[in-house]
Design a protein around this ligand. Structure first.
Ligand code: NAP
Length: 466
């Protein structure tokens, strides 16, 4: 098909997080091309992890939604919220209605550690806790036993840092955020006193970033403590630090500064520990978490030159009645879409989906964001990532490599969605919800009070209060 014949180019984007919005923006900005973008999300609300992942005390990061809103206001953009790919709309449906499809579904689950005790009551993934305190409709019914006095968080990435902060902040600090109401109530009653954040390698290999980890030393009623022994670098790490990037150098400096801290009488203590790996989550006779058995590690250089942890055989038990594993997100397969089980991503080349058997491009199908490259990088990383995908799409359009949908009109897909999911949410519905959430927050001096159930959201947009 000639590029000139595809007018307008109709594109479906699956997912409504940062990668999806950056891809939509790059598409809608194409000069001399009529392009229409329909964005689908299984939730009624857009913005993916910016709403459901970014910590509630990081409101400034959420300002990126204003950029996404501008994209959504452009002519040619439509949002179909509460429409699930694979159930309400299938890959075959999309291939019947669009010239191109972009999968931007992120990494929806978490990795497990594969150690005994991971299934005990009181052992959770950090991603569940994050989704719960951020009011994600699928996670609002979860409960976390915050009567625990000691909590262990496994991993030293930015998600672990977020979880540690939320556990250590005072109710007054949390009350200034958009944390879900039920989470605020539960955290008000929290008896957590000691939080351990455990890294399996040293401070020079930690995955957190300097501004995020520095904040751990600035909490109102929690001391952040690291031992002198833990911040002393082994000779290999010290040698690597000479040529390390700024973030790594700064991380080590911040840990060295923290190592000078002493308990100051604040009511909570956050201990950051390095070179320890959990080997077992220990349970009591009722199957509840009561501690963590860890092994001390040493570092060795693998064949690729990376410093890896290996156990020394020296064990220790830490008391903890609640354990969060924060060892990374993981992508999940989408129904009928080729998936690479080894890397937990959709196999692709520069954003073009590849057939796993032939390694040829599956015409008309693309990926952007974490489902394309794995769960790494900050929100802004997705911009360049999405632009790369859109460049591939435009080259393919030029070469006539697009799908030939039987029913490409906007009306045809809307008819189908109405039939399959009558309770779909438009972008205008989201704008109304957004305003209502902000108004609910104003009365309490909070940025917003979130709606957390889909029924509640539907009632609010269909029968708004006077
Ligand atoms: P991450 O950055 O990949 O960190 C995962 C952590 O888990 C690492 O410390 C890793 O250690 C450790 N780990 C992995 N497997 C382990 C095991 N079996 N036992 C013990 N430890 C293990 O993942 P994340 O924290 O989920 O963050 C995901 C992405 O979102 C990152 O790019 C992050 O920067 C971003 N993010 C940013 C913010 C922000 O505020 N800017 C907030 C949240 C998330 P090794 O290094 O040894 O593998």
């Amino acid at each position: 098909m000639l590029a000139i014949e595809v007018q307008p180019l109709r594109v479906a984007i699956i997912g409504a997080g940062p990668a999806a919005f950056y891809a939509a923006d790059a598409l809608l900005k194409q000069a001399n091309r009529a392009i229409e973008v329909d964005m689908f999300d299984r939730l009624p609300t857009p913005f993916g992890l910016v709403r459901g992942g970014v910590a509630p005390d990081h409101q400034k990061i959420k300002n990126v939604c204003r950029v996404f809103h501008k994209t959504a206001m452009q002519q040619g953009f439509r949002f179909y919220g509460n429409v699930e790919f694979g159930t309400d709309v299938t890959r075959d449906d999309l291939r019947r209605h669009y010239h191109m499809i972009v999968y931007a579904t992120g990494a929806q689950t978490d990795r497990s550690m594969g150690i005994p005790g991971e299934d005990l009551a009181g052992s959770h993934s950090a991603t569940e806790f994050v989704a719960w305190y951020n009011g994600h409709p699928d996670f609002r019914h979860l409960t976390f036993d915050l009567s625990a006095e000691q909590v262990a968080i496994i991993g030293v990435g930015n998600v672990a840092v977020d979880v540690a902060r939320i556990l250590c902040r005072t109710p007054e600090e949390l009350a200034q955020t958009d944390i879900a109401d039920y989470a605020l109530d539960a955290l008000r009653r929290s008896r957590v006193r000691e939080v351990y954040m455990l890294g399996r390698r040293g401070p020079a290999q930690a995955a957190f970033t300097p501004p995020e980890v520095k904040e751990l030393g600035e909490m109102e009623d929690a001391d952040c403590l690291v031992t002198q022994e833990d911040v002393e670098l082994d000779p290999e790490s010290a040698a690597d630090l000479e040529s390390a990037d700024r973030n790594t150098v700064r991380n080590v400096e911040i840990m060295q500064e923290f190592s000078k801290n002493r308990p100051s009488g604040k009511s909570r203590q956050l201990h950051i520990r390095f070179l320890v790996s959990p080997v077992e989550i220990l349970g009591d006779s009722e199957g509840r978490v009561m501690g963590l058995r860890v092994v001390r590690n040493e570092l060795y250089r693998d064949k690729r030159g990376r410093l890896r942890p290996r156990p020394t055989g020296q064990h220790e038990e830490l008391p903890a009645q609640l354990v969060f594993r924060s060892v990374g997100y993981e992508g999940v397969p989408l129904p009928d879409v080729p998936f690479d089980e080894n890397w937990s991503v959709i196999l692709n080349e520069s954003g073009r989906v590849l057939d796993p058997k032939t390694r040829h491009h599956v015409t008309g199908e693309y990926v952007a964001g974490w489902i394309k490259r794995g769960p790494t990088g900050v929100i802004g990383t997705n911009k360049a990532d999405a632009v790369e995908t859109v460049e591939a799409m435009m080259q393919d359009l030029q070469a006539g490599l697009v799908l030939e949908p039987a029913e490409p009109s906007a009306q045809a897909i809307e008819r189908l969605i109405r039939e399959r999911q009558p309770r779909f949410f438009t972008y205008e519905d989201w704008c109304r919800l957004d305003q209502m959430e902000i108004q609910r927050g104003e009365a309490l001096g909070r940025p917003r009070v979130k709606f957390t159930s889909i029924d509640e959201m539907w009632a609010a947009v269909r029968h708004p209060p006077d």
